[in-house]
Design a protein around this ligand. Structure first.
Ligand SMILES: [Zn+2]
Length: 293
């Protein structure tokens, strides 16, 4: 989701400055610091406000445990037109974008997809990612777009999902799952909605991805503590890993048909994640922008 219109309250700016002051911590302390921050407050609260829009659907269709799951970064090929949320740091605070040539939303989408697939594989899910690599493809129906590849994946019996971060301020709704329209919502959709919240099935009369059978997962609004934790180099890796763990646990519950109200901490933790900063997306040389979705 995207767009930028709002001013942030002064309190938010003050709190993010406090967080950013941790950026000078030595690297060896970074993981500990990040984990401590997340443990102290719970990663669930980290993603902020959940969608308050009505959940007018129920995911009942069963998904076999071995179903192929395709995870894709939202706006990966639409930079320059509907390129994703700029985030409050850039739009309100005047911070530099995380990378030239892409919205901050795409930057975080890319890192989150990488972590979700890595953790999902480690937990035995049949999961992979797709990124066109080309940052601007004008025709959404071009066979290289996430929409086209996701649509084909669903038609072949797989489950496809795009990772997004929502816009800050009143333009954003919050975290939640937008189920596919092209197929009936599944237990996988239901599981993700239980973890992150839900949007109405025909949100904005049906977005490009859901119309093609692809679910959209909004992680949270790019503002406040979530955005500050992502932007702070000392907490970035732990933040991405904690978010990815929630996504993977929800996927796991969705395919294995276990009850989604079971505690997520019952399973053993993953080994300490590598620093994902080094895998930051490359500069595509195109101007960042924001737009719908
Ligand atoms: Zn988006």
């Amino acid at each position: 989701m995207a767009s930028m219109k709002r001013a942030a309250p002064a309190a938010w700016i003050a709190s993010s400055l406090v967080l950013l002051s941790g950026a000078s911590q030595p690297h060896v302390r970074a993981q500990e610091l990040g984990s401590a921050v997340l443990l102290a407050t719970g990663s669930q609260g980290l993603t902020g406000q959940r969608s308050r829009l009505p959940k007018d659907w129920q995911g009942l269709r069963q998904i076999d445990a071995g179903t192929s799951i395709l995870v894709m970064p939202g706006h990966a090929d639409s930079q320059g037109f509907g390129g994703g949320a700029s985030g409050a740091a850039v739009a309100v605070q005047g911070a530099r974008p995380m990378a030239a040539g892409m919205s901050d939303e795409l930057y975080w989408n890319l890192l989150t997809v990488e972590a979700v697939v890595r953790q999902g594989l480690a937990r035995g899910l049949n999961i992979r990612s797709y990124d066109p690599g080309i940052r601007s493809i004008a025709n959404g129906n071009d066979p290289r777009t996430t929409w086209s590849v996701g649509k084909a994946h669903v038609q072949n019996g797989g489950y496809a999902i795009e990772i997004h971060y929502d816009a800050h301020g009143s333009a954003g709704i919050g975290s939640g799952l937008i189920p596919p329209i092209g197929t009936t919502p599944s237990q996988l959709d239901e599981s993700l909605a239980a973890e992150f919240g839900a949007f109405p099935r025909f949100f904005r009369d049906g977005l490009g991805a859901p119309k093609r059978g692809i679910a959209i997962l909004e992680i949270g609004k790019l503002e406040g503590r979530l955005e500050a934790s992502l932007r702070n180099p000392a907490t970035r890796s732990a933040t991405i890993e904690a978010i990815a763990e929630r996504v993977v646990m929800a996927l796991e519950r969705g395919v294995s048909r276990q009850r989604s109200d079971q505690p997520t901490m019952a399973l053993p933790p993953l080994s300490p994640p590598p620093d994902v900063v080094g895998s930051a997306p490359a500069d595509s040389g195109l101007p960042a922008s924001s737009g719908a979705e």
